[in-house]
Each structure stands twice: as C-alpha cells, then as structure tokens.
Design a protein around this ligand. Sequence first.
Ligand code: ATP
Ligand code: MG
Length: 455
Amino acid sequence: MIKKYIDKLFGRRERVTHKDARPTVYGKDKHNIQRELISRCARRTCEDLQRAGHATFVVGGAVRDLLLGRRPKDFDVATSATPDEVRALFRRSRIIGRRFQIVHVMCGAETVEVSTFRAHFTREPNEENTDEHGRMLSDNVFGTQAEDAMRRDFTVNALFYDPVKEEVWDYVHGLKDLKAKKLVMIGDPATRYREDPVRMLRAARLGAKLGLEIDAKTKEPIREMRHLLENVPQARLFEEILKLLLSGNAVECVRVLRELNLHHGLLPLLDTSLDDPETGPFAMAALRATDERLAADKPVSPAFLLAALLWGRVEKSLKKYEERGEPAVPALHSAMHEALDAQRDSLAIPRRFDATMKELWLMQPRFLQRGGQRPYRLLEHPRFRAAYDFFALRAASANAPQEAAKWWERFQEASADEREEMLVSGESGPKKKRRRRRGKRREDAPPTPHDEGQS
Ligand code: ATP
Ligand code: MG
C-alpha cells in the first residue's frame, strides 16, 4: 500500500500485478508483425490449440524480434492448455522437463516449444521457494496469462502475438519500451536479480544484441548484486556466457559486460586478457571474427573462440616456464594446463571443449617451423584449417609474425614444386644452411608429442 503510494508520488509507472489484469491489445494496424514471418509450425500449433478452445499465442523473444524487424531464432508458444491437453492434440509431440513441463510439438523438421501459462510466484518469495540468497528454486505453478507475462524478465520479452487475429497483447508496456528502445525489467529489478542472477547477464546480452538501452533502474542494482552470480550453477552460467559470445554481437556484449563490471572474476578470459596490450587485440579480433562469421551465416566454433580468449593466459604461463629453462613442448603443455585450471576456478569451461582448445594451442608453434617435412605434416593435420585461422588471426593482431602467416597462405596454394622451392627460399644465406641442417637433425630425432598427435 505504502509502496504504491510512494511509487505514485514519484511518478513511477505502475505495473500490472493482478492475476486477472487486462492487457492492452494492439490490432493489426498498430504493429508491424507480418503473420507470414511466423513459422508454419508455430502458426499451426496456435491455430489448432485455439480451435480446441485454448488461448494460445506466440510469445517471448520471437515476438520481440519480429517487432524489431529481426528474424527470430525460434518460436515459443504459450497457452492456457495443460501439457497433457497439448500432448493429446498433436500426434507428433512429447512432454519434456521435470521441474516445469513443456511440450515439444514437431512438424517436419521444425520443433515448437509449447508452455502452459505459469505464475511467477503464487506467494511472495519465501524460505521454501528461494535459496538463502533469494534465488528462486521453484516456479512450477500454472497461472493466468497476465501472470505469465509478469514472470518474464524484461517488458519487451513479455509480449504475446496471436497469429490468428494478428493482435499483440501487452500486459507490461512492452511495446512502448520496445519503441523507445529500452530494456526494462518487469517488477523490482533488485528482487528479480536476486531470484535469478542470470538476468543480469541477460540484460547485458539482450541490450547489446538488440541495440536497446538498459533502463537506469534496471541497470542500477547490477553493480551491487553481481556477486550473486557466484551462486549460479556453473553449467547455467557457462551456457549463458556462450549465448553471449555467440550472439552475433559479441564485441558489443563484452563492452556492456565490462561497463556493468560483470566480467570480473567470471571470466578471466574477458578480464585481464582483453586489457593486455600483447594478447588483448587478438582476443578482440577473435570476438570480431566470430561476429562477422555469424553475420555471414557461416558456422562458428565455440572451442575456437574460447581458445582465443584464453590464449593470453597460455602465453603468460608459457613465458614463465620457458624462462625457467623448460623445453618448448613440455612448457606449452604445462602452460595450457595452468590456463585451464585458472579458468576452472572461476567459470568452468566444460571438458568437452578441452581437446579442441589444446589441439589449437599445441599446433601454434608448428607454424614457425618451415623446414623439412614439418610443413607438409602440419598441412595434413585434420585441424589444420582451424589452427591456421587461429595463427592468421594472431598474426593480424601482432601476436605472431605476419611474414609467417603470409608464408602459410602461399604454401597452401602452391604446387608441389613451388612448395619445395618455398622451403628453401624461405631461408637465406648461412642461416639457411644452419636451419636446414637443424631441420634434418630434427627429423632424425625421436618424435615430439606434436608429431605423435597427428598420425
Ligand atoms: P534469444 O533471442 O536469445 O532466444 P529470448 O528472450 O528468446 O532470447 P530465451 O532464453 O529463449 O530468450 O527465453 C524465452 C523467453 O523466456 C524470454 O523471452 C523471456 O520471456 C523468458 N525468460 C527467459 N529467461 C528468463 C529468466 N531468466 N527470467 C525470466 N524470464 C525469462
Ligand atoms: Mg528464444
């Protein structure tokens, strides 16, 4: 009561909290969504559910993206039907999830996720449904459509689109915020971050990806609350970071993360390495290259990007081991493990990425060896292409010799004769002889761990 009065006094806009609240409905002439842009599967799912008497809408990111003139990644559907009712209506569907059941409806190759309207809290957060930091543990309650809007994170993510009537239903001023290019948290931002600290990262990602300004009140609590991310399970955190890095706007996302001070401790790879004058430009170049590849609809490898972001750490350790006089290969192995261990202390990169990252790193010194049979063997390595891209990106960022990257570019294109020539012509004068002799000796030497890896 008092809070409401204070809100009114300070002109804060009132948010709908009533479970039977009425939405503002925008007809076809009041929004720019073209029905044809909704996938066939999502449209059919909505039509069939509506025909069976259930209120059903496309919801969330897809509606937001369409209103922004962007192509949605996927389509989510929200309905008043229970999971069992949905399941009964579609032959090719299955119920998934335990904590909160949703239904996957399949048409051809496409899958649409259908969830029943659910409430955010039936009660205020209390000891039963939150952990000791206020993080929400359970949200498994069906609710009204208004409640389903309220439980979502940002107003622009809480819009419903009815593809049959071509209407946008808005319970939270989402359309106005979208038009004003604002990312506004639904409800009290501090409470919502406490319930789910990942929303702080989502604010950074969605703000950057969609070009929305994070509203001042939505932004304000983040500085004080960022430590709550430490309580989030590692797997969820990593998943969110990966979404951020692969959002297509990684450079901007990282800038916003840093502005919000959310990168500290979370990801050493986004922390010190970007500021380091020796490795920072390479890490940034890798982020930029990822954005460019995504913009061109080319595939990207998360392991490649992670390896690039951690390379600074690897090099730092490598220097230390080399100064201690350790031979190059064992030094690189130790450095890699040290970098991965340091990373694991804050945000664990799942081990499934380890092998690829290590391979990329281990192949790097081999691009400096251009005598004898070595370049040929490197060229045949199944991961040559990725490792070469990694090396070329390093060279372009002054982290590896430009001249070596150019040599490899030519070597790949060259004919057999030209390649032979290059092996010799790449060297000069007395140095040439020494290098060649050394190269010869090396070939007689027992194989290094590099060589073992490639056969
Ligand atoms: P993307 O374009 O990355 O898919 P998205 O907004 O669709 O963005 P999803 O993770 O697919 O993100 O989530 C779908 C919808 O679920 C969101 O639009 C939002 O309404 C709701 N949602 C997702 N995560 C949260 C959260 N942590 N708290 C509250 N609501 C959430
Ligand atoms: Mg989505």
